[in-house]
Design a protein around this ligand. Structure first.
Ligand SMILES: [Zn+2]
Length: 336
């Protein structure tokens, strides 16, 4: 099936059910702004990979002369910790990053998300899902992109009234899922090029009543007028979902996206706590200063030479998005 009417200049969306003739549906326009953001979850300290993504998001925004915002994604109340948030912000400052305005917390914006969920629901885009995670896992055969366990096979989309009543009788509250209608979403990533994916019926409100990640991020990026989302390449599969939500919410514009390469551990997996001393605090116990860590990040991005101690301002002068390496960097502590 044809997805695009034209080579994409930006995001285009194709919910299948909307057009039997396979004509591409035009998604939100690209935002005319370039404001950027970094949006950590305060559930654990930032590691060097997170910090390098923050540096890149800052470089993209500041080199375009636009605002750079920090948003704390603390909707998971059981795991979010204020002391971790404080330490994350301190780490950003320690490597020389600054941001505009006050830090925004998702936990303080619940009514915005609820309003968006209500709008999607009244427009007929949502349905209740009674499945447990284990049930979903058991019924999914792996396609691609989003891990199999996180893709939804559509079990509750077409429940009969009797089947729904049976599930309601269990007393387990339902989650709310979006009717993606097997739609395919395509967008042009600034670094990775064209990315296209079928979107499944993902959750917008969890069964504990909390707004889901994809919904909150879409609402926030729109409300904060984020023009360019710079984030780790591991989140590229979230983008079609967020663009679909932007479309269903009738948002006039959507951000452009740049998914930046990750830092991997020596075992080739995404950098994490298990790889040893990977946070600023842990490196500092080994006698390494934040400036040296910044130097390593800069070298890993081709922005500095060994022995240099660049400042963020130095890096800004050298930064060119189209010269960034596209391959992940493998972390090794001897590199600092
Ligand atoms: Zn279900």
């Amino acid at each position: 099936m044809e997805i695009f009417e034209n080579p994409p200049a930006g995001s285009r969306l194709v919910p299948d059910g909307l057009d039997a003739c396979s004509r591409a549906v035009r998604g939100p326009e690209l935002s005319p702004k370039a404001d950027g953001r970094f949006a950590p979850s305060p559930t654990g300290p930032l590691h060097l990979g997170n910090l390098r993504t923050a540096l890149l998001a800052w470089l993209f925004a500041r080199s375009a002369g636009t605002r750079f915002l920090v948003r704390v994604e603390d909707l998971d109340r059981s795991r979010a910790r204020p002391d971790v948030e404080e330490a994350q912000l301190a780490d950003l400052r320690a490597i020389g990053l600054d941001w505009d305005g006050l830090v925004v917390r998702q936990s303080e914006r619940i009514p915005l998300y609820e309003e968006a969920i209500a709008r999607l629901d009244s427009d007929g885009h949502l349905y209740p899902c009674y499945c447990t995670r284990a049930e979903i896992r058991a019924s999914v055969s792996a396609p691609h992109g989003i891990p199999a366990a996180d893709r939804y096979p559509g079990t509750c989309r077409k429940l009969t009234a009797t089947e729904r009543a049976e599930r309601e009788a269990t007393g387990r509250p339902p989650a709310l899922r979006v009717r993606a209608e097997g739609g395919r979403v395509a967008f042009e990533d600034r670094l990775l090029g064209r990315h296209e994916e079928e979107v499944d019926d993902f959750v917008v409100r969890r069964n504990d009543g909390a707004p889901a990640y994809q919904l909150a991020v879409t609402v926030d990026d729109a409300a904060q007028e984020i023009g360019e989302v710079v984030r780790g390449a591991d989140l590229v599969d979230s983008t079609p979902r967020q663009l679909l939500l932007a479309y269903l919410l009738g948002l006039p514009v959507a951000p452009r996206y740049a998914h930046v390469p990750l830092v991997l551990g020596p075992d080739g997996r995404r950098l994490a706590k298990r790889h040893g001393a990977v946070t600023l605090a842990e490196r500092s116990l080994l006698g390494e200063e934040p400036g040296e860590i910044l130097g390593w990040m800069a070298r890993s991005l081709g922005l500095a030479e060994l022995g240099e101690a660049p400042t963020p301002a130095d890096l800004l002068a050298r930064f060119a998005p189209d010269r960034l390496p596209l391959e992940p960097t493998v972390w090794s502590s001897e590199q600092i």
